[in-house]
Design a binder for this molecule. Structure first.
Ligand SMILES: [Zn+2]
Length: 219
């Protein structure tokens, strides 16, 4: 059988060290089911565990989607908060759920220090929420879904042009439902259903289903 992990060499954009990170071959990924907010549950290896690349020398954690480089100010803050306390730790091989969580949290702090785009910060928080969901740690999950929701809402206002808007509105609706505000969830699902520019019929159907589910009081 094909080894699911393969290795990639990355150059750290902070300390310039070269390091190895692992990725999952897409042909080995098998999805068991997907939740209404696109959280996939995998039969065996979870590719999300390997999305963050962590420099073993300085702790600089990024994903392929990062687009804001360090400047003098953010670099100083990074060194102060992470780099100067960092003890060599290698995330390059196989990762446990706990190591994946650590990697995502490092990436989140890094993204906040760099002033990354809201949608990047939102997706990191959303993924951290999923990692807690896999472990049924629902309090922590809800906390990070709330943080994700806040950043998705900011992305909706600030970054409209470069995002799949209907999907963003759908996710905002779904996270409102998951964090306990079904009124707002219904409103956002309604926006997806009535959006004239929505070109994804499957997504509109998902919004209809979620909308109907929330409008129907439990029997
Ligand atoms: Zn580094």
């Amino acid at each position: 059988m094909l080894e699911p992990l393969y290795q990639k060499t990355i150059v750290c954009d902070q300390c310039k060290a070269q390091f190895i990170t692992s990725k999952v071959r897409s042909s080995t990924v098998r999805v068991a089911r997907t939740d209404s907010d696109f959280c996939a549950h995998y039969k065996d290896i979870n590719p999300n565990f390997y999305e963050v690349r962590v420099c073993p020398k300085c702790g600089n954690a990024t994903t392929e989607k990062f687009s804001v480089p360090f400047n003098n100010v953010s670099r100083t803050i990074f060194l102060d908060k992470i780099g100067n306390q960092w003890r060599t730790k290698d995330f390059g091989g196989e990762r446990t759920k706990e190591e994946a969580l650590q990697a995502y949290k490092l990436a989140l702090i890094n993204a906040q220090i760099r002033g990354e785009r809201d949608v990047i910060i939102a997706q990191l928080c959303h993924h951290i929420g999923w990692l807690y969901r896999y472990d049924e740690r629902f309090e922590e999950e809800k906390r990070f879904l709330g943080l994700a929701l806040k950043s998705y809402m900011q992305a909706y206002v600030n970054e409209k042009s470069d995002i799949h808007l209907a999907k963003l509105m759908y996710v905002i609706g779904d996270l409102h439902a998951r964090t306990g505000d079904s009124g707002e969830a219904i409103r956002w699902f309604g926006k997806v259903i009535n959006d004239k520019t929505a070109v994804d019929p499957a997504l509109v159907q998902m919004a209809r289903d979620r909308w109907a589910e929330l409008r129907t009081p439990p029997a």
